[in-house]
Design a binder for this molecule. Structure first.
Ligand code: FAD
Length: 396
């Protein structure tokens, strides 16, 4: 007797949870969602948590309730694409589970390997490190201590401003290799600079970090900048599991996927969110973001369902609309962008920007809850239509 097709979803972040909900409503497969924790981590709010705010917790069981989704709280230690097995560490025990189709949505973590000393001497925006640093900051601020935020991308900007607003006593420096807010428009960058200055944040640009030490930051030019604490925000890196499994990955370790989100080396694997990168010939480029993880989760689920029912797979058709940056709780920047994520000169700033950002953050969870109640309700922002020649045909 043939079994119901088994879909395993690895990772319960923005991409994985949306994929699980979306696929469950199609009722075409037995679905198992594996996640390292039993709660949904709102990564986009971790800088708020760093500043002592306590974002609402969402149990995965609650987000998925009423859906026929088997949930496993454990850590995937490896997977074997030949045998189609996923190995999971559950406390002291190890369990292997089989799949017919794998949706790989294991996300990313802050890349700590690029600069020596980060692992030992810097905090990062990972849940465990955030808890430790959040506990230390009130005292540091009281002593008017010095904090270096390393990295001038959106994550560094959000963290520096959030902390400056909460802890005016902290002496914060934002140090970056290039220029702050490089992907923004001229107006957007100018607003960021003005806001950093108004918060009293010192900005050091065009300065690479050679190493992080216990007493501060050693720059590439050999200067030691003394600091009481450092927060490293220098980029995301995907889980190493796909590379170790022999799936074709790019230099960073993201699974290389075609326009339908199927691995180009293993067509029974879909990748979504930070864990996947489109093959260069697709012409599709997605930055690691919640803004792309959710659309990718939806499309991966739709195409996994199509694969199992012999329907044609649909290419990713996605347009960026905005980049939205919080600058504390009372200011924000809404940067309008073209479909390819290049910035327009149109921005919304100030309290209106803060409200817009807060609404976007809330929407991410609302969208998950709606998808549970109203299957198919999540709408992918449409834009570029992929090249039809690259669309993979469904397997018999
Ligand atoms: C402070 C901060 C602010 C951000 N702000 C924004 C923003 O404003 N807008 C935006 O678009 N993006 C933002 N991002 C980026 C965004 O959070 C990520 O791109 C997004 O979370 C990616 O979603 P994902 O589902 O691919 O992965 P994740 O959200 O990382 O989820 C992956 C899940 O897989 C689980 N997992 C991983 N490995 C294993 C394993 N081996 N076994 C079991 N489970 C595993 C993890 O525990 C996690 O639950 C921000 C990130 C940070 C850190």
């Amino acid at each position: 007797m043939s079994h119901k097709q088994r879909v395993v979803i690895m990772g319960g972040g923005y991409a994985g949870v949306l994929a699980a909900l979306r696929l469950a409503s199609q009722q075409v497969a037995e679905i198992t969602l594996i996640n390292a924790r039993d709660t949904f981590v709102q990564r986009i709010r971790l800088h708020q948590q760093l500043a002592g705010q306590i974002p609402r917790q969402y149990a995965l069981a609650k987000l998925l309730r009423g859906k026929n989704i088997h949930r496993i709280c454990g850590t995937v230690t490896q997977f074997n694409p030949q045998q189609k097995l996923v190995s999971i560490q559950l406390g002291e025990t190890q369990q292997d589970i089989a799949y017919d189709t794998l949706i790989y949505a294991a996300g990313s973590v802050i890349n700590q390997a690029v600069v020596p000393g980060v692992r030992d001497h810097a905090f990062t925006l990972e849940a465990a490190s955030v808890t430790q640093m959040a506990a230390r900051l009130p005292q540091l601020a009281q002593q008017r201590g010095t904090l270096f935020v390393l990295g001038g991308g959106l994550t560094g900007i959000e963290a520096a401003t959030e902390l400056a607003e909460t802890y005016p006593g902290l002496q914060i420096t934002l140090l970056t290799r290039g220029m702050v807010g490089e992907g923004l428009s001229n107006k957007g960058r100018a607003y960021i600079r003005q806001t950093l200055a108004e918060f009293g944040i010192t900005l050091i640009e065009q300065t690479g970090v050679q190493a992080v030490q216990a007493n501060g930051v050693l720059t590439e030019t050999g200067h030691l900048l003394e600091a009481d604490a450092c927060l490293w925000t220098g980029g995301f890196i995907p889980s190493p599991l796909a590379r170790a499994a022999g799936v074709l990955v790019n230099a960073q370790g993201q699974i290389i996927i075609d326009e339908t989100l199927r691995s180009v080396s293993h067509p029974d694997i879909f990748a979504a969110g930070d864990a996947g990168a489109f093959a260069p010939e697709t012409g599709l480029k997605m930055r690691m973001a919640c803004a792309t993880a959710m659309p990718m989760g939806a499309v991966a689920a739709d195409n996994a369902g199509a694969l199992l029912t012999g329907k044609p797979l649909q290419p990713m058709n996605f347009a960026y609309m905005v980049q939205c940056i919080s600058l504390g709780r009372r200011r924000g920047l809404l940067q309008f962008v073209n479909a390819d994520d290049t910035p327009q000169e149109k921005i919304i700033t100030g309290y209106a920007g803060a409200i817009a950002k807060e609404m976007i953050c809330q929407y991410t969870v609302v969208a998950l809850r709606l998808e549970r109640l109203l299957p198919g309700s999540y709408i992918v922002p449409k834009g570029k239509v992929a090249h039809p020649a690259l669309i993979t045909q469904p397997q018999a």
